[in-house]
Design a protein around this ligand. Sequence first.
Ligand code: TRP
Length: 335
Amino acid sequence: MNQDKVILTGDRPTGPLHLGHYIGSLANRVILQDTYKQFILLADMQALTDNYDNPLKVRANILEVALDYLAVGIDPKKSTICIQSMIPQIAELAIIYLNLVTISRLKRNPTVKTEIKQKGYGENVPAGFLIYPVHQAADITVVKGTLVPAGEDQLPILEQANEIVRSFNRIYNCSVLPEIEAMMSPVSRLPGLDGKAKMSKSLGNALFLSDPEDLVVKKVMSMYTDPDHIHATDPGKIKGNVVFTYLDAFDSDKNLVSQMKEHYQRGGLGDVIVKKRLIEVLNNLLEPIRARRSEYAKDPSTVMKILFEGTEKTCKIAEDTMKEVRAAMYLDYHT
Ligand code: TRP
């Protein structure tokens, strides 16, 4: 156990998790929980910044995402899973941090900028959405998180969080907040079933961890391959061929994959055979995940209890941090 470093990571609970989440973060979290103290945050308040008009969606997905966590092997004895909105210290800290950032800096954050464009907010961006990186800085620092596993798109958020950390320590002349280190995900993002750059629920090109066996078959059979590979005898292309991208990501038999690639490029290997191999690999991966998920799904109150216990533990640590924060800012009136 590496006790010096504290991992804080999390997800917006807006839908069930898919293979992109698995390869990009979940698989890694299962490994990291043996080495580090790891907090996993169900960021419902962040989810509400662009789903404020659909609170039931967020509510329902707290349980769905928690089930996905437990199903992939996140162990509540090793990792602390918690619910953001039930940790009031995060909101308190976010308000404090808002004094340390400018509106123009917030508008320059590349990740937020892209999202504002995607969502078509323009100048009418909800203030809560614009400031979510500040809120996220509070998520991480309230437990003195020092390590955050991140994909490319999270880097500008972490950079902004570190600016806040440094400003806070300088202005209040203290060393209460530790700086945050990004830990780059081992695998780059997974393309969608349709070959689009990113697997995402909203693009409708995702394969969910909770998808049953027959749906996996259906989805893989509809996957984008090489549009010019019409007859099995035609030579086929590997580049941009999603089936091979997934085999690279999930098939542990690397020899077989390279043989198949070679055969496909030469001609004589049909899409269906490659897809059947992928179905086998994915169902082998997903079978134990499905089994664990349905076991936990039978008893939602046990799952909620896990979340409440994790949240309670996190609140205690958050309150300790806030005592130091308040003292540094002369807000400790009782002492
Ligand atoms: N922004 C993250 C996402 O959209 C979710 C998140 C919220 C998070 N708070 C966090 C990630 C803190 C890491 C650390 O997926």
